[in-house]
Design a protein around this ligand. Sequence first.
Ligand code: HDE
Length: 696
Amino acid sequence: MQSRKEKSIPRTGNNVKNEKGNAGELQQQAGGSHPVITTQQGLAISDNQNSLRSTPHGPTLLEDFVLREKITHFDHERIPERVVHARGTGAHGFFELTKSLSKYTTAKILTEKNVQTPVFCRFSTVAGGSGSIDTPRDVRGFAVKLYTQEGNWDLVGNNIPVFFIQDAMKFPDLVHAVKMEPDRGFPQAATAHDTFWDFISLMPESMHMIMWAMSDRAIPRSLRMIEGFGIHSFRLVNKEGVSTFVKFHWRPKIGLQSTIWDEAVKIAGADPDFHRRDFFEAIQNGDFPEWELGVQLFTEEEAATFPFDHLDSTKLIPEELVPLQIIGRMVLNRWPDSFFAETEQVAFCPANIVPGIDFSEDPLLQGRLFSYLDTQLIRLGGPNFTQIPINAPKCPFHNLQRDGHMQTQIYKGRTAYEPQSLEEDKPRASQKTGFHSASVHAEGVKSRIRADSFADHYSQARMFYRSQSEIEQAHLASALVFELSKVETEHVRLAVVSQLRTIDESLAKRVGDGLGLKSLPDAIAPAVPVQDLDLSPALRIIDRMKDTLDGRTIGILIADGSNAESIEGIKTAVEQAGAMVKLVAQKRGVTLDNGTYVTADGQLAGTPSIVFDGVVSILPMDEAEKLIFEAAAVDWFRDAFGHLKAIAACKGTHKILTAAGITPDAGIVAPEDIQSFIALAKTRQWEREPKVRTLA
Ligand code: HDE
């Protein structure tokens, strides 16, 4: 009788018949209708298990071109990862305009309603490498490639509407400061270290962004629950050539939600792919992530009245000042077939725009217009990366650029220059349909200079902090305490607190207390007086959470003998409310009280409650009593409670709650009261927070 190993590994290399066989024969032997594996030259391979050897125990022969080709290709499988935003995940979908902006622009994508334009959207963290975790405290990239009829338009944004710096000149410094420290090679994907805070403490212009980066926005619950911002002002240009400034915003249909820092840290260990998996599962389940596209439109004259310069990327325009108009929606409904070919090779570039849209003079944007094409040349290996299917336009395109590494087009004809008189069908420029830059009046003296109107670094930082709800302010202050506590150099910690004093005295005091400072260092003297701007409640998350369970996942803990009817009832109610349900048990195979055998989605020790938005337990008394002595079960409830989640606990579970030191509160209900559980699980139990952790 054959051993198991022998059965699973076809020993075709020793089989004389195979060596003489042809493709059809091979196909039959493998018992399927699949194609025959070939070399890159199309040569059918007879044995994909064994290399060519001089004798059964002799050396491998250099002659083995099949082995050499396979290994050589493998050796070259990796390309350089993105210098920032290396960790990412993407999906295909469409954009549909619901309100025409024809008064402001000629761009078809913003004037033709109800046309579905294909898009590819990639979300990313910024600081970590491509294999880093999904849940660090970090900005999230939100890059959308719209394959319009007039060329690709890339809206390459972030989930935060402002940025750390005002001028592209500082970008390499910022990135060097935030990435792993160069002498030690850590920390990975973290801002909590000396070089980042050293740089920040010396960069007053970063203060507004720091407020955002330390807020709950930087620890999102799901990629489906983040906003996207183009950040810079762009221009819309109409057929009269008149331009209007525009800021672009993506708004998630299911609203915003964040994790709690302690939870984000634990998720990093339990499921480093937490966001990617959530996004993948949502699309696989047909629960397609969706965003609205909003615009803020304003004229140059209106901009002149703002108490800040809109060309400065460290400033936002409060919605209370320029309201957001919703003009379309984006739905992501198809997971890529190949992560590498699509998500990894997609090349975004803010310079990719279409007629009717133009840039502003924001110096950060101006620098970006250069950087992205440049980086793609090294990352994707040459100037023909635009021919890779994910990057190629879906509208006709013709030009006179030729040759280069990996040219896949076979151009015909004699001419590849202009003007020419030899070939009628070669492309030429068109005044009518071609891109025209907006007419912008400019005069002045060439110099390396920062405009005076960019000098106010603290007013919007103060506005952001003061606009947050009490809970969000406490989270922000605690995040600063956490980060600065990881900074080894005392003068750096103090320098940051000095900056905070200029933003908001009470914030500085909270952080100083949290760090155990005996007294606060002097405040930084601002270059211009700090303004007390009108507060903008629109900048909060917690108060604006949508009243929905959509996009959430509920975990039900079960065991042998659990009541089948209760489980089914809860599952149905929760799914009807829009959430996904996952069963968790100590063993994957469980026999319920009616004899049904079910396979749980997760095993208890490997599926902690941190991956759920609310937890339910349906346990027979004897099984619950056993779980009192199981750390994974006790932690399941302790964490759910500590992360302010709704809990529906059966009678037996109360014994585990006691073992976890939990005193039941209004966020804990009986499984029979499933509608109350659903209402609670739509948000966190915020009133519980002061009882479970000390916030700054
Ligand atoms: Fe980027 N940025 N960036 N950035 N950025 C890159 O391009 C750069 C900035 C953003 O999913 C790189 O292909 C400079 C702001 C996203 O593939 C690189 C400056 C915003 C992504 C680059 C900025 C962004 C990138 C690295 C300051 C929000 C990921 C790999 C002048 C509006 C796109 C690459 C994806 C990626 C340069 C600042 C968003 C090096 C020089 C502000 C979402 O070209």
